[in-house]
Ligand binder design. Structure first.
Ligand code: PLP
Length: 425
């Protein structure tokens, strides 16, 4: 095919990156409290900082870089697709999207998939699917959804209402109607909240932002039973805990309790913006042309990368290694907790989705870890999250633990210094 792109030589590229970092631009929204650090390149679980240091990345872009940085299979897939076609609209067939949907449904409870660009959009699709199911079943009055305290479902108007956290709702006008929140793990409260307008129950099998809080034993089973009894749909938010993070493709598999609808994102694109709403045939039956849509969701670039991620995650033995490495990390973290009771309280989580509940503010612990070259992510309930790439190996776990020990010693020294009476007084 002859190329129409003959004028590229005349296009000048504006200078973009390069150390040292200057003062931060005054032209971005001030929505993020950013650390004064950038990264030029990465490999596996490692990132090179603009300060010239190498960082061990146990945050993975908040559980996004499932295969680490610059994974050769993903780089090749993206480059190959970039030279063919980046984007065509959903007005046409997208064969790689069909292939990815076939593979995701073959590996899960689902029969149908709607692709999105983010987690919040996957949740929006899930919420709309649940409401529309009830509408199409002749129960249009059922639109309310039961959600749980500590949940995080995204930052759109509907998903901040679903998450129910005042700090995210304040100042943005009336809360979107239709979300009723009850304590996480409380089956009796969930049942009590069910009324004639209830359409569904939405739950994270492991709360992420809420502080790596796994659902208590029997909770998902209990919710499933409530859904059966009252004609509701069970919707899982696996944006963070899905796509191999817990050692199963989806976190719900540990409980054996399948949902009707599931939203996922983050790891599914390995760093390319991609999300998906998965549903059973029955739940998705009324989502016909015109009911929902997206311009970018499921475009050829995203689908090429999504398939490449799945090639690796579904390869024989991959998820078993996630389980093994997760157990190793959890054991090592448990001994760090034992040795530093003034810094850490406990470790919890599943697979490579682990949280350390801290005694000093989690933000301070995270900063001390970063000083030691270990990147983590803070969460609710005063927890520091450890979400390394799923490809992390034992040597890197050992390295992370060494850095964590060093950070804990520094925090303890600072606590001692603060407790010491001032000299000369
Ligand atoms: N749901 C959960 C469980 C999440 O952890 C997140 C993001 O952290 C979201 C939804 C929202 O995803 P996104 O930020 O891609 O919109």
């Amino acid at each position: 095919m002859s190329s129409g792109n003959t004028s590229t030589a005349k296009i000048e590229t504006a200078p973009a990156t390069g150390a040292p970092l200057g003062a931060p631009s005054a032209h971005l929204f001030r929505t993020f409290a950013r650390v004064d650090l950038a990264f030029e390149r990465g490999e596996g679980a490692w990132l090179e900082g603009s300060d010239g240091r190498r960082y061990l990345d146990f945050g993975a872009g908040i559980a996004v870089n499932a295969l680490g940085h610059a994974h050769p299979h993903l780089v090749a897939a993206l480059q190959e697709q970039a030279a063919k076609v980046w984007h065509v609209s959903n007005l046409y067939r997208i064969p790689d999207g069909e292939r990815l949907a076939d593979r995701l449904t073959a590996a899960s409870f689902a029969d149908r998939v709607f692709f999105t660009n983010s987690g919040a959009e996957a949740l929006e699709a899930a919420i709309k699917t649940a409401r529309h199911y009830q509408f199409a079943e002749g129960r249009p009055e059922r639109f309310r959804i039961i959600t749980f305290e500590g949940a995080f479902h995204g930052r759109t108007l509907a998903t901040i209402a679903a998450g129910g956290q005042e700090k995210y709702l304040e100042g943005f006008g009336p809360k979107v109607e239709g979300f009723d929140q009850v304590p996480y793990g409380d089956l009796a409260a969930a049942e009590k909240a069910i009324g004639p307008e209830t359409a569904a129950i939405l739950v994270e099998p492991i709360q992420g932002e809420g502080g790596i809080r796994p659902a208590p034993a029997g909770f998902l089973k209990g919710l499933r039973a409530l859904c059966e009894k009252h004609g509701l749909l069970l919707v899982y938010d696996e944006v963070q805990c899905g796509m191999g993070r817990t050692g199963k493709l989806f976190g719900y598999e540990w409980s054996g309790v399948a949902p009707d609808v599931l939203a996922t994102a983050k790891g599914i694109g390995g760093g390319f913006p991609l999300g998906a709403c998965l549903a059973t045939d029955a739940a998705a039956a009324s989502m016909t042309p015109g009911t929902h849509g997206t311009t970018f969701g499921g475009n050829p670039l995203a689908m090429a990368v999504g398939n490449a991620v799945l090639d690796v995650v579904l390869a024989p033995g991959f998820l078993d290694e996630v389980v093994d490495t997760g157990l190793l990390l959890k054991q090592r973290l448990a001994s760090v907790v034992d040795s530093h009771p003034r810094v850490f309280e406990l470790v919890r989580g599943e697979g490579l989705m682990l949280g350390l509940k801290c005694k000093p503010p989690a933000g301070e612990v995270m900063a001390a870890l970063r000083t030691e070259g270990l990147l983590t992510v803070a969460a609710g309930d005063n927890v520091v999250r450890l979400l390394p790439p799923l490809t992390v190996r034992g040597g890197e776990v050992a390295e992370a633990i060494e850095r964590m020990e060093a950070a804990a010693l520094h925090i303890e020294a600072a606590l001692d210094a603060a407790a010491r009476p001032e000299s000369g007084s």
